[in-house]
Design a protein around this ligand. Structure first.
Ligand code: FEO
Length: 167
């Protein structure tokens, strides 16, 4: 495997791992603050990001590359509001999408077509995750400060996320 592509994939392992821990911190904050639906959503997101990381680890190993598991950033432990939580979620997903686009661009440059092909799964996944994050943030922006709106959002979040995924 081309060394610069190997290095980008190792970076991506770190981004997915950071996202997983970041979402775990979000899940825990939501749990602590009584948002059971939101916490379940982020516990699941955290698991998904871990799965994205493992998929990359296995792929790099299968292709004869060297995986270097990175140190992780300390996730933010406190949030002011549900809006802040979901703004961070969308920002994090947009960042990951940008990095994946960069890997794909470099794969074409370096003629690493197998990696390019493998990364298409991540492109599709990111499209879905960004759509979910945007939809949930739009709903929260409509709700504003309305406490009963937050109650319903928390109750319905997993149904909303699933319906976006199926579009
Ligand atoms: Fe695996 Fe949503 O980044």
């Amino acid at each position: 495997m081309n060394k610069s592509i190997e290095s980008l994939l190792n970076d991506q392992i770190g981004y997915e791992a950071n996202a997983s821990m970041h979402y775990l911190a979000m899940a825990s904050w939501a749990d602590e603050n009584g948002y059971n639906g939101v916490s379940e959503f982020f516990y699941n997101q955290s698991e998904e990001e871990r799965a994205h990381m493992i998929k990359l680890v296995k792929f790099v190993n299968e292709r004869g590359g060297k995986v270097v598991i990175p140190a992780l950033d300390k996730p933010k432990p406190e949030f002011e509001s549900l809006n802040e939580l979901f703004e961070d979620f969308l920002r994090s997903e947009m960042f990951v999408t940008e990095q994946i686009s960069h890997i794909i661009f470099e794969c074409l440059n370096k003629k690493e077509y197998n990696v390019h092909n493998f990364m298409q799964w991540y492109v599709t996944e990111q499209l879905e995750e960004e759509a979910v994050a945007r939809t949930l943030l739009d709903k929260l922006n409509i709700i504003g400060d309305d406490k009963s709106g937050h109650y319903l959002f928390d109750r319905d979040i997993n149904a909303i996320a699933t319906s976006v995924d199926q579009e």
